[in-house]
Design a protein around this ligand. Sequence first.
Ligand code: GLV
Ligand code: MN
Ligand code: MN
Length: 417
Amino acid sequence: MVSETSKQPRINLDRLLGDIEALGRFGATDRGGVNRPVYSDADLGARQWLEAAAIDAGLGFRSDAIGNCFLTLAGAQPNEPKVWTGSHIDTVPDGGRLDGAYGVLSGLECLRTLVEVGFVPARTIEVVAFADEEGAYGSFLGSRALADGLAADYLTGLAGRHGEPLADGLARIGSSIDAVVAQAPISADEVAAFVELHIEQGPVLEDAGLDIGVVTDIVEVAHGFVTFLGQADHAGTTPMALRRDATRAAGSFLTGLPTVPADHGSRTAVSTCGMIGVEPGAANIVVEEIRLSLDVRDRAGNVPALQGAVEELARRSADEHGLNHRLQWTSLTPGVALDGGMQQQVADAADRVGVSHHRMVSGAGHDAQVMARVVPTGMIFVPSKNGRSHSPVESTAPSDLETGANVLLETLIGTAT
Ligand code: GLV
Ligand code: MN
Ligand code: MN
């Protein structure tokens, strides 16, 4: 609930809900979700919409070589390091309308509110919509371009979920690998603080009846693939004993994968295979190759032990069935502790709005964990209904969306003045 007595500026909930509805139309699916991978037609449409909304609100707009978009409210001291907020507007396949978009649109609404009341911050405030947070090409591509810079050979090797080269995606936004490589990473001299507002995507806040999560840590995430290699044969004529069927090793592996976190990780460790590809891929051919995606997570420093256990499981599964396998880790995003000062800024902002808050760990990955490498970073969570996310049913009560956006507004005022 927003304090009735407050004289501070407050966001306009109807306008925020209208924006969530409008952006959700780009890539809307039959199941009520959104399918908006980076550089898709839906993503291009969403970027155009965001630019028009920024200009309409009296804000500046620019985008960079990887496709990050920036909405700018100029401060009174333009040479001072800026304050950044934001999140992402790409989605997982058939994801929800809030994951990422809520943080970007709340940032837009906060800046629009400040323009409306004539509030000029000392520091320039920018809302960043980071490209490819959901990893259609590589995890956190946009924030990594900003925090670390990205090398040409890494970018050249990246392909989308259907094998399309990154260069083709970049061409769709008028960019190229050379342009991304030429873009210098940011430094703490340019950006003083980053705060990301996001739905929790888990059940903690709702179960505890709390308004706001002040994120203390974000999990470490490793991604990769394991491929089991068999032999393609006729499904009708090859006797069962003579087959080298890649699905057999994959079956053993998938049965063992859920036991890895309990045996080798902390209480909150998790492991997931979310994509399965088979070759050649016909009902009447014994499977020659089966490729399984890997996502393992635990608190900072624990993930290498989980990776080792997954590697051992893959070896055992292949050996058991006399097959070969390849295992490749494509990324390890380190877990981070978020900045203590920014955590306090968020907690103080929640107090000023008059809502409850709770310090908590994020089990989801976020651009904030990449930005935290170079900039003091904080995160604000709002409750997710039934803890559901990465699904069309993802939802948050409008009053909670309003509270989160007002806590963001107060945090921005607190850090930019
Ligand atoms: C991002 O949504 C992630 O945690 O994978
Ligand atoms: Mn997500
Ligand atoms: Mn997200």
